[in-house]
Design a protein around this ligand. Structure first.
Ligand SMILES: Nc1ncnc2c1ncn2[C@@H]1O[C@H](COP(=O)(O)OP(=O)(O)OP(=O)(O)O)[C@@H](O)[C@H]1O
Ligand code: SF4
Ligand SMILES: [Mg+2]
Length: 340
């Protein structure tokens, strides 16, 4: 599968909290926070890639960087085999890729009717409307919503309808890639399934690629081809979804998979349960950044940063002991219901 979007060794630093006292007066001394660190991934044509990790792991930041809404500090982004360097390059990306924001209702303006907001991507990008006034209706139809919804305000929509409107808006400029940030969050299980069916249908019918960002492993399991696992803005495991879920090799992935709801609670692996909270990017642990919570940590882990290791040609794990961490999880629980 050839690459549609490539993220190559990307690091992204943001300005940290304001320096205090004397620090404030010293030039070039503003603290910087590393939010993404040496991150690489590819999204193929027609591929669905999942991106998972706890809150604060940098998923939305990566999505925003890929759209050029926030600048990367180092590394390279490329779309359709062209490196993204200038403003014009990112304008091209915003026509060929669309971002569905994390909160569907909040991403819509409360005072404008749905119909007007659906055609906004044309106005924002200076693209002429293809079919005049019919466009909003056509867009609603494509996502299975009645044309009458064009006259409603966002607060009059159900959660599922608001998500469908986000999908419709994302499709306005006929993108090749949709980045969907938490597309099923806050929805009932049946509505989650409807939204996922809509997205897999669009992939099948239009050959669209998707980057699906979610906390919900069941979503990833159901619809994605490959999955990337982020911890503190760094990729710790990456590979084919089926393989990663059946045999997760990074202790962090093992903990995430073990925390999934099980039909039979006796199958839960207490030994793999995640301890404590994700550390702050203000105080990144030394060595392997997961060592403060890792059930398998050894002295070497706090001292030395693990390098990525390829378990198979398409399965990467960043752990010193990747060879020793073979764990058959209950990752085969394909019957697990979707839930958030
Ligand atoms: N504008 C900003 N200034 C400073 N820090 C930020 C900024 N935006 C995000 N961060 C920090 O970057 C880290 C990653 O945030 P991000 O929103 O990308 O995480 P996420 O994985 O999307 O989390 P969630 O699952 O809660 O949506 C967090 O530690 C967050 O506090
Ligand atoms: S390197 Fe050590 S702390 Fe990090 S995941 Fe592997 S075993 Fe755990
Ligand atoms: Mg987020």
């Amino acid at each position: 599968m050839s690459a549609l979007y490539e993220v190559n060794n990307v690091t992204l630093d943001l300005a940290g909290p304001a320096a205090s006292g004397l620090q404030r007066l010293l030039p070039g001394n503003a603290p910087r926070l590393t939010i993404l660190s040496g991150l690489s991934l590819t999204i193929g044509h027609g591929e669905m890639l999942g991106l998972v990790g706890e809150s604060g792991s940098g998923k939305s930041t990566l999505a925003r960087a890929m759209m050029g809404l926030i600048d990367i500090t180092d590394g390279r982004l490329s779309f359709q085999n062209r490196t993204l360097e200038s403003r014009a390059d990112f304008i091209r990306v915003r026509q060929g890729a669309a971002l569905m924001f994390q909160d569907a209702v909040a991403s819509l303006s409360p005072r404008r009717k749905v119909g007007a907001q659906l055609v906004e991507p044309f106005q924002i990008n200076g693209v002429p409307l293809p079919e005049g006034g019919k466009t909003a209706m056509t867009m609603l139809e494509r996502v299975g919503l009645p044309p009458s919804l064009a006259q409603r305000y966002p607060h009059e929509l159900s959660g599922g309808q608001a998500r469908r409107v986000s999908v419709a808006r994302a499709l306005a400029l006929q993108p090749k890639l949709v980045i969907a940030d938490e597309p099923t969050a806050g929805l009932d299980v049946s509505v989650q399934a409807e939204i996922l069916n809509l997205m897999t249908g669009l992939r099948r019918d239009m050959g669209l690629s998707f980057l699906i960002i979610t906390h919900n492993l069941a979503v990833v399991r159901h619809v994605t081809d490959r999955v990337a696992v982020l911890y503190l803005g760094r990729m710790v495991e990456w590979g084919p979804t089926r393989e990663v879920f059946a045999r997760p090799r990074h202790p962090y992935t093992q903990s995430l998979v073990a925390a999934e709801p099980q039909a039979d609670p006796r199958k839960r692996r207490a030994d793999l349960a995640l301890k404590g909270e994700i550390p702050s990017v203000l105080a990144r642990p030394t060595g392997c950044e997961f060592h403060t919570r890792c059930p398998l940590a050894r002295p070497r882990c706090a001292a030395e940063e693990p390098r990525p290791r390829m378990i198979t040609p398409d399965h990467m794990v960043r752990c010193h002991f990747a060879e020793d961490t073979k764990t058959e999880t209950q990752g085969g629980n394909h019957g697990t219901e979707l839930e958030h």
